[in-house]
Design a binder for this molecule. Structure first.
Ligand code: ATP
Ligand code: MG
Length: 392
């Protein structure tokens, strides 16, 4: 039996001139992903994208999984395609539809007849198809006002489409429809979630990861690249720019007051990320900060690290509890990787008594003991790129 996918996209973003751009971006993403699963044709019809395999080698299950992680799609239906005659439709309904009606008690049939030459009108098609369903699953009941599931039959120009129910899509807007931002990606739970959330709003992602080799290990970096691959399942492939903070941290330890290490280091991180973002054409930064979660994320601490950035800083986790962030991490498949115990540059040289209510003047006085600009430039000069490519 031939199966195709019908992808529904949200209505809100479809107003006016945006529609074309939105659809083009979405089609481009789907076509790119489809290449991994064989030969497919992708076309649009009303507010639906139709994904159709061109031969029996195309992996429709793989394509379905992949499409369910594409932002901009709100729902996906798996749909059987058969000949436009009632005996073929009967066979298909009886074979294909029951799997979607599992656990349901009520249903109704909706028929659409685009091909007006088809001998039965919509009402007759509904009645016939309703009968086929009831013959196969006699415990079901027809409820035309409030059915648990709707069985659709569409008589199109070249074939009949049969589908029931809809799987939830990833929602959001197509990646690439809303600019580009640089994600500060650590090995923790929060920053991969933050990247996912901003990508969901249509933003293309690039990432920067700070390491502190040899205080942080090669394995710690591998873990971050693994997280990046997991986020890329949704956000699309991106680059991770790796920047070493080793020299900066050693200088801080030698020269500055211990209580301020973390804050000073975070100012360096923001400055480096901000410069890199400008160079990469990004319009913003993304962090996984959550208000009050740790000493460096109190309002006052964010108040002394935020002004370093010239670009807007997006902090989608700022008002979320850890448990809520964990829930998303589990859903998108990053949680198990995040909890692997490897060191982060922020966890080496941590002060015993970090300042939770720092004063900017005191932080600046500490910062001026070192040549901030020169250290930032040196770190940027040493940056290298890890390309993250995922099999969608
Ligand atoms: P996460 O779970 O994302 O690691 P966290 O609760 O551990 O967050 P911090 O270590 O204070 O918090 O980091 C706050 C934010 O700073 C992170 O969410 C991330 O965006 C950024 N960050 C921290 N460490 C790094 C790093 N090594 N490389 C890049 N960004 C980092
Ligand atoms: Mg962290």
């Amino acid at each position: 039996m031939k199966e195709i996918l019908l992808c529904k996209y949200g209505e809100i973003v479809l107003k006016g001139a945006n529609r074309r751009f939105f659809e083009d971006t979405l089609c481009k993403t789907l076509r790119f992903r489809a290449k991994h699963y064989g030969s497919f044709t992708i076309t649009r019809s009303q507010s639906t994208l139709v994904i159709e395999p061109n031969d029996e080698f195309a992996d429709i299950d793989g394509m379905f999984e992949s499409a369910s992680k594409v932002f901009g799609i709100v729902g996906i239906s798996r749909c059987a395609v058969c000949e436009k005659d009632m005996s073929a439709i009967e066979r298909t309904v009886k074979e294909y539809v029951p799997q979607f009606l599992d656990g349901k008690k009520t249903f109704k049939v909706e028929a659409k007849r685009s091909d007006k030459r088809f001998p039965l009108d919509s009402m007759r098609i509904c009645a016939e198809v309703g009968g086929y369903v009831l013959e196969t699953l006699p415990h079901l009941r027809v409820d035309v006002h409030n059915p648990e599931i709707v069985v659709h039959v569409e008589i199109r120009e070249f074939a009949a489409y049969i589908h029931a129910g809809q799987f939830k899509g990833a929602g959001g807007m197509p990646v690439g429809s809303n600019g580009k931002a640089l994600l500060l990606l650590s090995g923790g739970i929060d920053s991969p979630v933050a990247g996912y959330m901003i990508a969901k709003r249509g933003v293309q992602i690039d990432a920067v990861h700070f390491e502190s080799f040899p205080y942080t290990s090669e394995r710690a970096k591998e873990k971050v690249l693994e997280l990046a691959r997991e986020v890329a399942q949704y956000a699309g492939s991106f680059n991770v720019h790796v920047v070493s903070l080793t020299h900066i941290q050693e200088e801080l330890v030698k020269t500055c007051e211990e209580d301020y290490f973390t804050l000073l280091l975070r100012r360096y991180m923001m400055a480096i990320a901000d410069r890199l973002a400008h160079k990469l054409g990004c319009g913003g930064l993304i962090t996984g900060e959550s208000l009050g979660q740790v000493a460096s994320q109190t309002m006052q601490a964010i108040g002394v690290t935020d002004p370093v950035a010239t670009l807007p800083v997006f902090r989608p986790c700022i008002g979320m509890d850890k448990e809520e962030i964990v829930q998303i991490a589990r859903k998108i498949g990053t949680f198990e990787t995040s909890i692997q115990p490897y060191e982060d540059c922020c966890t080496v040289f941590t002060p015993k008594h970090p300042r939770t209510r720092p004063e900017l003047a005191k932080v600046l006085a500490e910062e001026q003991k070192l040549d901030f600009e020169a250290l930032v430039q040196e770190a940027l000069d040493g940056a290298y790129v890890e390309r993250v490519r995922t099999e969608f």
